[in-house]
Ligand binder design. Structure first.
Ligand code: MRU
Length: 349
């Protein structure tokens, strides 16, 4: 079907594209569950298929979920499905990343505000606009993030520890935390990228390592539990992570394991930096206790760690880092540091 994915300038296959073959519009996803072994396309012709792709993590990562939500509404509209039903299904496909509801809401509002015959085109135009805005936000965050690192880290070159995957595969551009890392690599400042494998779904090992290899970065993979010894060895200059939802007080939900890194970073006096677009900020959620953390099936853990039949598993997909452990939040509109509710609200305009 259609064209193959055209590589971006980084050599990364774009994670999502809209196509209009004669049989009707489709949303084509790069199936991230199959990376890095194979690049397989998943062609969604309806909202149910897209919801399944979101739940299985074929399409994942906060900014990309926002784009998937917006294009999902465009798909429903173009295919003649009930847009309000589609919005309900899509917005709740996963609970933690606020970008998903945001993307859905933007496309639904564009649809509702247009004349009926223009409404499907309006929803698609809004999805495309969000896509372009996300690419621009990536570029701005890379600039702000690189400048911040130059202020916080002295000694020539950066050794950066990251968790999960936050690059071109979760964004319309080069991503959030990994977008900043890429910028430092391109300017010759990256000494080493430490990549947490990110259990249990291994987004670090499978996807961040894949992006780092494609970009030619000097990177090393480690088990999540090896991070402490890396800090003890003095091998980390900064921790950079993304965000799924940032509450009004700056509490940040991100991939489970981020909080442990923040505690380690504070103990070792290493900056812990969150890089996220303002579309990941939810000022309506007052603090971390109000963020819904997704719990995923036990078999994601037991499949990875062979254990006796019937073993129960605790498998939250995210954890919440309180603002006092976050050195700075880098957004496309500037840097929030120290992290306070007032400064966060100001950067969100
Ligand atoms: O479960 P995932 O893979 O969707 O989780 C993704 C993360 O936790 C990312 O760190 C976050 O969405 C930021 S992506 C720029």
């Amino acid at each position: 079907m259609g064209d193959h994915f055209a590589l971006t300038e980084n050599g990364i296959t774009p994670p999502l594209r809209w196509e209009e073959p004669p049989e009707g519009p489709v949303l084509v996803l790069l199936d991230q569950t199959r990376l890095p072994q194979e690049e397989v396309e998943l062609v969604c012709t309806d909202v149910q298929a897209l919801v399944a792709a979101i739940r299985s993590l074929a399409v994942r990562g906060a900014p990309l979920l926002g784009l998937a939500g917006a294009y999902g509404i465009a798909l429903a509209a173009a295919r003649g499905y009930d847009v309000e039903d589609a919005a309900e299904l899509l917005a709740h496909a996963r609970p933690t990343a606020v970008n998903l509801e945001y993307g859905v809401r933007r496309a639904v509002e564009a649809y509702r505000n247009a004349a009926p015959e223009q409404a499907p085109a309006a929803a698609l135009a809004e999805a495309r606009q969000l896509h372009a805005q996300d690419a621009a936000a990536s570029a701005a965050m890379a600039e702000h993030g690189e400048r911040l690192l130059s202020e916080l880290v002295t000694g020539g070159g950066y050794r950066i520890l990251t968790h999960c995957n936050t690059g071109a595969l979760v964004s319309g551009g080069n991503g959030t935390a990994l977008g900043v890392v890429l910028a430092t690599h391109r300017s010759g400042q990256l000494r080493r990228l430490w990549v947490d494998e990110t259990r249990p779904m291994l987004q670090g090992a499978r996807i961040t390592a894949y992006e780092a290899a494609r970009a030619g970065m000097p990177y090393t993979l480690l088990t999540d539990s090896a991070a402490g010894s890396l800090f003890t060895a003095g091998e980390v200059d900064a921790v950079l992570v993304g965000a799924d939802r940032i509450a009004a007080d700056g509490s940040t939900a991100n991939k489970v394991g981020s909080y442990s890194l923040a505690v380690l970073a504070a103990y070792h006096h290493v900056p812990f930096i969150v890089v996220a677009p303002t579309t990941s900020v939810d000022l309506a959620t007052p603090d971390g206790s109000a963020i819904e953390v997704e719990h995923r099936p036990a078999n994601e853990v037991t499949d990875l760690a062979p254990s006796p039949l019937g073993t129960q598993a605790y498998n939250p997909a995210f954890d919440v880092t309180p603002p006092e452990l976050i050195t700075a939040i880098v957004t496309e509109n500037g840097v929030v540091a120290p992290v306070t509710a007032e400064r966060l609200a100001a950067v969100c305009g």
